[in-house]
Design a protein around this ligand. Structure first.
Ligand code: MG
Length: 279
């Protein structure tokens, strides 16, 4: 029964006690690759920022705002990949975290609103051959009718969950793990930074939210416990404490909320500042 429950979950193959789920853009990478394309070769930063704000305040779904961003980019898909591989950088602490996670049987699963071919190309370029050990679940890309992906205006995003306002509803995958029988269910971590993570925020045991970014505003508003990180060195330190049994996930989340209240999360507590900030 237990093996059936986990049969479509590659991360369960090694019976891990912990799994680390993560957003990709702006979390594993320093810059958000989709924002980078939209700002530089799409309709520009101002429209993109307005779309982010409208998503946070519920005026538009993440899916529709994101599709508009992607539709504004006409560059052939292969050129988009090359452009991103030459411009996007990895969080400097991620490699050390990833090596530690492999040594401790902690699978890393990327849950992204970006498109899988771009994420895989960036991971290969930034992490090296071990990148193939990271399971990537994102959205897809397809050719527009009568066109090829690698021609001008030839591609469009294809959502994993087109019926969901999130486009990729990250909670669907996370619930496959959280609903496993107690005796095999691993402790679940998640790291994220922004509006694409709203569907994941409530679903794991400990949420790492990036300092100074939208996800923190959302978590406070919605009363979702979290701990703050600035770079993956912070995440590695906290995970070590937990894996070695020096602190519980509950205590870590509580500490995160205290840090936020003390003004250490890079955002003023809601009620003082009013408007959420968007990078
Ligand atoms: Mg992100």
């Amino acid at each position: 029964m237990g093996s059936q429950a986990g049969s479509d979950l590659p991360a369960m193959k090694t019976n891990p006690k912990f799994i680390f789920f993560s957003d990709f853009d702006g979390t594993i990478t320093l810059q958000d690759s989709n924002d980078f394309m939209t700002d530089n070769i799409g309709y520009g930063r101002d429209k993109r920022r307005q779309g982010n704000l409208d998503t946070l305040t519920g005026k538009i779904t993440f899916r529709d705002s994101f599709r508009e961003m992607m539709d504004s980019i006409k560059k052939p898909y292969n050129e988009c990949i090359d452009y991103l591989v030459s411009n996007i950088k990895l969080d400097p602490g991620f490699k050390a975290f990833f090596e530690w996670s492999m040594q401790h049987n902690i699978p890393v699963v990327v849950l992204s609103s970006g498109m899988e071919p771009i994420i895989q190309a960036l991971l290969r370029a930034l992490v090296g051959p071990d990148a193939e050990k990271i399971q990537v679940l994102g959205n897809f890309v397809r050719a527009r009718p009568g066109k090829r992906i690698d021609e001008e205006g030839g591609w469009e995003i294809e959502f994993r969950n087109p019926e969901s306002g999130f486009g990729h509803d990250k909670s669907i995958e996370l619930r496959k793990y959280s609903s496993l029988p107690e005796e095999i269910r691993p402790t679940m971590f998640y790291a994220g930074d922004g509006v694409s993570d709203l569907s994941a925020a409530r679903e794991t045991d400990l949420l790492f939210a990036k300092k100074g970014h939208d996800l923190i505003t959302y978590c406070v508003k919605e009363n979702v416990p979290f701990t703050v990180f600035e770079h993956w060195g912070d995440i590695l330190d906290k995970c070590k404490e937990i894996v070695e049994g020096r602190i519980t996930v509950k205590q870590a989340a509580q500490d995160g909320f205290e840090a936020y209240k003390a003004g250490e999360a890079g955002l003023a507590p809601v009620g003082d500042a009013g408007q959420p900030t968007v990078k």
